[in-house]
Design a binder for this molecule. Structure first.
Ligand code: BG6
Length: 484
C-alpha cells in the first residue's frame, strides 16, 4: 500500500542549533525524506543557524553527510539529495548578540510559512525569541518549535512558558514530544475512537489494570551529564509516558481538533493522584561482564539518579477509580520493547469447569518494535476430550496488515515538522498541559529526595530491580515479560 502524500504549503524553516546532534540525526534527514516523498515543495527552504562560522557550502556538505549517516541506503538518491541540498542555506548567528540577524532577515521570503526550530538549550529560548521580533523576522503567523526538556520542574517550566508567551501566542508555539508523532501512538486514538468495540468496556468496571512499558537497551553513555540531572522520571515519565497514559485514559474529545484533544488530556493529568512512596521503585543499572555501569556512564560515582522507574498511578475520576496504571521504563534492559497492555476483568461467572486454563483478555498495543496489536482471547482447546480452554492471540502486525515497509513509515520528527507547517497543533503539548504534568511530578521527586532514597541496583540486560516485581505481586498481578 502506498501512503497518500499531501504536499504542505511552501515554507522557510530556520533551524537554530542547525549544526547540533538533533538537527543532524533527526531534523535534517527527516526533512530530506519528506522532500523525497514529495511532501516538501520545491519552493521551500531550510536555513541552518548556529554559532559556527561556516560557509553555506560547508553547511550543505555537513547536511549531506548527515543524510548519508542517518538515511538508509536504499532511500538515498543522489539526484534528489542534490536538489534537496540546493534548498539549504546557513547563517552564522549569535543568539545573545547582534551578529547574523540582519543576514537571516534578508534570507526570509514573503508569502511562505515561517517556522523557527529552537533546537538549542532552553536558556537561549528567550534571547532568540526576542531577537526574532526586534529584527522583524517573526510575525504573527510565524511558528516556533521547542524541544524537551521543557523545564526540570514546575517553576522552570512556568518561566519558559512565560518567556515564550512574551513573544508568541500559544497558537504559534509547538512543544514537541516526539512520542506523539509515532505512528502507533496516534493509532491509540484511532483504535479507541474509530471502533465501537472497546469504548463501552473502557472503564474500571471492565478493566482490571493497565501496564505501560517503555524498555530500552541503550545506556546513557555520551549524555551522562544531561541524564544524571534528569533521570527516568524527568526524561521519560513526565512527558512520553504521561502522554501515553493520557491517550489511554482520556474521555472522547468532541472532535479530532487540537484544543479538544488537549483539553481532554489535561483533565487526565489533573486527575492523577499523588503517588505514595511504596508505589515507586527506582533503579540504577550495574555494568555487566566488566562493562561500565550507570555511575561510570554518568561520571558521578555518588549518583542517586534513576535509570529505571516503576510507578503505580491512580486516576481519581469516575471512569478509572479502582483501575491502577502501572508504568515502567528503564535503560539497559533485557530488550527494546514498548507496549501498552490493557488487562480486562474476568467474566462475572464461568459456565466452564476448566478453571485451570482461564486467563483474562488482554489488549496489547505494541509501540515498538514490530508495531501492532494483539488481543488475547479464550477459545476451546481443539480436539476431543471435553471443554478445555486455552488462550490465543488475535495478532496484527501493522507492517504485514498494511504492506508497508518499516523504512517508509515517517519518523516521528518528520510527521511533527510537517504538522508545524500545516499549522496543526493536535500532536503538540500545550503550555498548561506541561505545567500540569510537572505539578504532578514535582512532589514525587521531592519526596524521594527528602527521604534520601537511593535507587536499587539492577543488572544490565535484566527486567529491572526485584522490588518492581513486588509492586505488582503485592496486588496479585504481574508484569508482562519484556521481550522483542
Ligand atoms: C528521549 C529521551 O526523549 O526519548 C531518551 O531523552 C530516550 O532518553 C528516547 O532514549 C526514547 O525515544 P524512542 O523514540 O527511541 O523510544
Amino acid at each position: 500500500m502506498v501512503s497518500r502524500v499531501i504536499p504542505v504549503d511552501s515554507f522557510d524553516l530556520v533551524v537554530f542549533g542547525g549544526t547540533g546532534d538533533l538537527a543532524r540525526r533527526k531534523i535534517l534527514p527527516g526533512l530530506y525524506r519528506r522532500f523525497l516523498a514529495g511532501q516538501m515543495t520545491a519552493e521551500s527552504r531550510i536555513i541552518g543557524a548556529a554559532r559556527a562560522d561556516l560557509t553555506e557550502e560547508a553547511y550543505r556538505a555537513m547536511v549531506g553527510e548527515a543524510i548519508d549517516e542517518f538515511v538508509p541506503k536504499d532511500r538515498r538518491d543522489a539526484a534528489v539529495i542534490a536538489e534537496f541540498l540546493a534548498r539549504i542555506g546557513y547563517v552564522s548567528i549569535d543568539a545573545k548578540g547582534s551578529a547574523g540577524w540582519d543576514v537571516l532577515r534578508d534570507k526570509m521570503r514573503p508569502n511562505v510559512v515561517r517556522a523557527f526550530y529552537f533546537s538549542v538549550a532552553p536558556a537561549l529560548f528567550g534571547d532568540i525569541a526576542e531577537r526574532l521580533h526586534s529584527n522583524q523576522i517573526a510575525d504573527a503567523w510565524s511558528r516556533i518549535v521547542v524541544e524537551k526538556p521543557f523545564g526540570r520542574d514546575l517553576a522552570s517550566a512556568k518561566a519558559l512558558n512565560a518567556v515564550l508567551a512574551s513573544h508568541f501566542n500559544e497558537g504559534q508555539i509547538y512543544r514537541i514530544d516526539h512520542y506523539l508523532g509515532k505512528e502507533t501512538v496516534q493509532n491509540l486514538m484511532a483504535v479507541r475512537f474509530a471502533n465501537i468495540l472497546f469504548e463501552p468496556l473502557w472503564k474500571s468496571e471492565y478493566i482490571d489494570h493497565v501496564q505501560i512499558t517503555v524498555a530500552e537497551t541503550v545506556d546513557v553513555s555520551g549524555r551522562g551529564a544531561y541524564y544524571d540531572k534528569s533521570g527516568a522520571m524527568r526524561d521519560m515519565v513526565q512527558n512520553h509516558m504521561m502522554q501515553l497514559l493520557c491517550l489511554i485514559a482520556m474521555e472522547p474529545p468532541y472532535h479530532f481538533d487540537p484544543d479538544a484533544v488537549r483539553d481532554e488530556k489535561l483533565k487526565v493529568i489533573r486527575a492523577l493522584e499523588p503517588v505514595k512512596p511504596e508505589d515507586i521503585v527506582r533503579g540504577q543499572y550495574l555494568g555487566a561482564k566488566g562493562e561500565a555501569g550507570y555511575v561510570q556512564h554518568s561520571e558521578n560515582p555518588a549518583s542517586r539518579t534513576e535509570s529505571y522507574i516503576a510507578l503505580k498511578v491512580n486516576i481519581a475520576n469516575w471512569r478509572w477509580k479502582g483501575t491502577p496504571f502501572y508504568l515502567r521504563t528503564g535503560k539497559k534492559m533485557r530488550a527494546r520493547a514498548s507496549e501498552i497492555a490493557i488487562t480486562f476483568k474476568e467474566p462475572p461467572h464461568s459456565i466452564f469447569d476448566d478453571a485451570k486454563g482461564w486467563k483474562e483478555n488482554v489488549l496489547v498495543i505494541r509501540l515498538q518494535p514490530n508495531e501492532g496489536m494483539e488481543l488475547m482471547m479464550m477459545i476451546k482447546e481443539p480436539g476431543p476430550g471435553g471443554m478445555r480452554l486455552m488462550q490465543v492471540p488475535l495478532d496484527m502486525a501493522f507492517a504485514d496488515a498494511l504492506g508497508v515497509e518499516a523504512e517508509d513509515v515517517p519518523d516521528a520528527y518528520e510527521r511533527l515538522i510537517m504538522d508545524v507547517i500545516r499549522g496543526n497543533q493536535t500532536l503538540f503539548m500545550r503550555g498548561d498541559e506541561v505545567e500540569a504534568a510537572w505539578a504532578w511530578t514535582d512532589p514525587i521527586i521531592q519526596g524521594w529526595e527528602a527521604r534520601g532514597e537511593r535507587p536499587q541496583s539492577y543488572d544490565a540486560g535484566s527486567s529491572g530491580p526485584e522490588d518492581a516485581l513486588m509492586l505488582m505481586h503485592r496486588d496479585g498481578r504481574r508484569w508482562r515479560e519484556i521481550k522483542e
